[in-house]
Design a protein around this ligand. Structure first.
Ligand SMILES: [Fe+2]
Length: 304
């Protein structure tokens, strides 16, 4: 059966059906999925039947998978699958998380962002699989950064075409209320990224920005942050966004180089939400083995 794409909005987002992605895929079927990703930016597969192992196996079609960071004193929830990033509100033991700092840390994911923009080595695709979902809320919202780029006022687009921004995970955490100062953020690693990225497959350009962006290179911090806030607000106008709600087994794939996303609210202290993500490095060979996230976090270990 051939792949069918049903658009979610006229230009952005599609539900895909007709392929069983829990089984080995032939190259033509994967090529059709990649074409759909290039066209739609975000694609949703419902009721996939995926588990950790088959989630990873399917994700490997897209390229090299990132290794989730080992953070000091925090065991992995999925120790046998280092490629699984835990996006749940659960502890490694499977209890609902109550640690205030971890709660605030995760709250940063509610802000518009692109995954891993704070890393020098960017992530292209994220593949998020639902295991347990809250009764209400807990959607993921997506913003179409290619259409937003195309609609930008000419003078702003010229800036976005030529300027760079510095990104820090810790800036988005600070915005979400995590206890950290600007001085501490400035003492931790940042990544310099272009403010727009051209997609080779389509020739379309996208704004590359988000809540990890702390500075625009060459502008005073306040002026840079004003531009960053303007771009995020512009790109998240209603005509550029939609939300995905989940049932267990649903998988959403997004292109971080063409979209932003944010997690939606839900009752985090009473409802379980178990979501697991694989993340595909931009332009890296599938067998490239390294672990820059753990290095990033160890360079960012708070001293207080
Ligand atoms: Fe994210």
């Amino acid at each position: 059966m051939a792949l069918t794409a049903t658009p979610i909005t006229p230009r952005f987002g599609a539900e895909l059906s007709g392929l069983d992605i829990s089984k080995p895929l032939d190259p033509a079927d994967f090529a059709a999925i990649l074409d759909a990703m290039n066209q739609w930016g975000v694609c949703v597969f419902r009721k996939t039947g995926l588990d950790n192992a088959s989630h990873i196996a399917f994700s490997r079609h897209f390229g090299h998978l990132e290794t989730a960071p080992l953070v000091k004193n925090r065991p992995r929830r999925h120790p046998d699958h280092a490629e699984i990033f835990d996006a749940s509100n659960l502890t490694p033991a499977g209890e609902i998380l109550v640690d205030q700092n971890m709660v605030l840390h995760k709250k940063g994911d509610r802000l518009w962002h692109t995954d891993s923009s704070f890393m020098d080595l960017r992530s292209a695709y994220s593949l998020l699989l639902a295991y347990e979902v809250p009764k209400e809320g807990g959607l993921t919202y997506f913003a179409d950064m290619r259409s937003a780029y195309e609609d930008l006022p000419t003078d702003i687009r010229a800036k976005v075409d030529h300027m760079e921004a510095e990104h820090s995970l810790w800036y988005s955490r600070m915005l979400a209320g995590f206890p950290i100062t600007e001085e501490e953020i400035d003492g931790r690693p940042k990544a310099r990224q272009p403010m727009s990225i051209r997609q080779d497959a389509t020739g379309r350009k996208a704004i590359y920005i988000g809540s990890h962006a702390v500075d625009v290179v060459g502008l005073p911090r306040s002026e840079g942050q004003e531009l960053i806030r303007y771009l995020i607000a512009f790109a998240t106008q209603p005509q550029y966004i939609f939300g995905v709600s989940y049932e267990p087994g649903d998988l959403v794939i997004w292109d971080n180089l063409a979209t932003m996303h944010r997690g939606g609210d839900f009752d985090i202290f009473n409802e379980r939400r178990d979501m697991r993500r694989t993340t595909v490095r931009e332009g890296a060979a599938p067998d490239q083995a390294d672990d820059p996230f753990t290095a990033y976090f160890s360079a960012s270990t708070p001293t207080n």
